[in-house]
Ligand binder design. Structure first.
Ligand SMILES: Cc1cc2nc3c(=O)[nH]c(=O)nc-3n(C[C@H](O)[C@H](O)[C@H](O)COP(=O)(O)OP(=O)(O)OC[C@H]3O[C@@H](n4cnc5c(N)ncnc54)[C@H](O)[C@@H]3O)c2cc1C
Length: 368
């Protein structure tokens, strides 16, 4: 029985591993020729434990490229959040656990992929775009007729979702960030700064020689519609001064430009008789929480031979609702109510509920 995985980011690779363990013959492909995203991630130990439950050797190899995070600092100091989710599920507990490990995404991906290609039962194709065609799938020039399962783990801008006419419901306004690496070290810590409603991070590598990754928010009204390197540079200088106390030159890895981020989910992460979406393709919460991989690992737990796509969809959507409720609090740190029901309404009622939610939460945030 063949399963195809489209997208070999961390969640696609983990899905390939799980599908193999479930007895599928796996064909897994990524359109990229190489791994080069030098994003610095915070990982929870539970993610590594999920990998270990499938492949202990791989877990050891991945652990070797992580370094411990010694501390989280929040500037200015915040007391315990006033907000609690009403539901205390296993996933909510997992998400609420502080990430303990630091890893660079490209390093994690290279180690993971190098291991996958050696495993029997998984065929790995790089530089190969996957296209869904009815229940068939094309991998570059090759066509596979009606595989039992097609897992799309294509990230937040999934081309397959777009092609199939599925779109994300957004439950927050967009936020804009620049991402810059500096050689200056803050040590093995993650530092978060909240000023004027904007959030920024410094993520220090466990090896001080490898510097610090800055993720700096730029106000929407400044950035939207007219990004420029001058704006990026100004915000870099301000953010670096606030977070590090100095303004080092961006390192050879340089200014990486702006990215847009919002809380969103696919209301129905399945299509046809054999396509399902997981990882960031099914929805994304607040990246700084280190939840992208955690949630992917949660989704992957549902993959079984003979599973119902509808059951999978329901579980993936529930998990996203929990994540987004959790992440909404990071968007609006003064939020004192559980937004779960608003998110449910946004899914069923569409954009109207989203704008009401957004207006209400922004109002709450401003009043606090
Ligand atoms: C600045 C920044 C900081 C972040 N920090 C953190 C953090 O601290 N912790 C954390 O957990 N997450 C963090 N994230 C988010 C994290 O990177 C994502 O959650 C994670 O990479 C998602 O994994 P994924 O496998 O679902 O998707 P992706 O990593 O986006 O991978 C999708 C893959 O699918 C491939 N693809 C897409 N379409 C096709 C197609 N048609 N055919 C073949 N291949 C295709 C793409 O090439 C890509 O390789 C951060 C993100 C950013 C931008």
């Amino acid at each position: 029985m063949i399963a195809v995985v489209s997208g070999l980011g961390p969640n696609g690779m983990l899905a390939a591993l799980k599908l193999r363990a479930e007895g599928f013959d796996v064909v897994a492909a990524d359109q990229r020729p190489a791994y080069n995203r030098s994003i610095h991630l915070n990982l929870r130990r539970s993610w590594l434990e999920t990998v270990r439950s499938l492949d202990a050797t791989l877990a050891e190899k991945l652990a070797a490229v992580t370094t411990p995070i010694r501390a989280f600092e929040r500037l200015p100091h915040h007391d315990a959040a006033p907000f609690r989710l009403k539901r205390e599920s296993a996933l909510a507990r997992r998400l609420a656990t502080q990430p303990e490990l630091h890893v660079r995404l490209d390093e994690l991906e290279r180690v993971f992929c190098a291991h996958l290609v050696k495993l029997p039962g998984i065929e790995v194709l790089t530089h190969t775009r996957v296209t869904v065609d009815g229940s068939d799938v094309r991998l570059g020039d090759r066509r596979l007729e009606a595989p039992a399962l097609i897992v799309a783990a294509e990230g937040g801008k999934s081309p397959t979702a777009r092609q199939l006419g599925l779109s994300m419901v957004k439950v927050s306004a967009p936020r804009f960030y620049i991402s810059v690496h500096v050689d200056h070290s803050v040590g093995p810590i993650t530092r978060r700064l909240d000023v004027d409603g904007l959030s920024s991070w410094a993520v220090g590598h466990g090896d001080p020689a490898r510097g610090t990754w800055l993720v700096l928010e730029i106000p929407e009204k400044v950035h939207a519609g007219r990004p420029s390197s001058t704006i990026d540079r100004e915000h870099f200088e301000r953010g670096a001064r606030q977070l590090l106390g100095v303004v080092p030159e961006p390192s050879a890895e340089g200014l990486r430009g702006t990215f847009r981020f919002e809380q969103q989910l696919l209301p129905r992460p399945v299509a046809g008789s054999n396509v399902l979406f997981l990882g960031d393709s099914a929805g994304m919460g607040h990246h700084a929480l280190g939840t992208g991989l955690e949630l992917g690992a949660w989704d992957i737990g549902f993959l079984r031979k003979g599973m119902s796509l509808e059951d999978h969809a329901a579980r993936v959507v529930e998990a996203r609702i929990e994540l987004l409720a959790f992440g909404m609090h990071e968007y609006y740190p003064s939020l004192a109510e559980d937004p779960t029901e608003w998110i449910r309404q946004a899914i069923t009622q569409g954009t109207d509920a989203v704008s009401r939610l957004e207006a209400r939460l922004t109002g709450l945030s401003r009043r606090a």
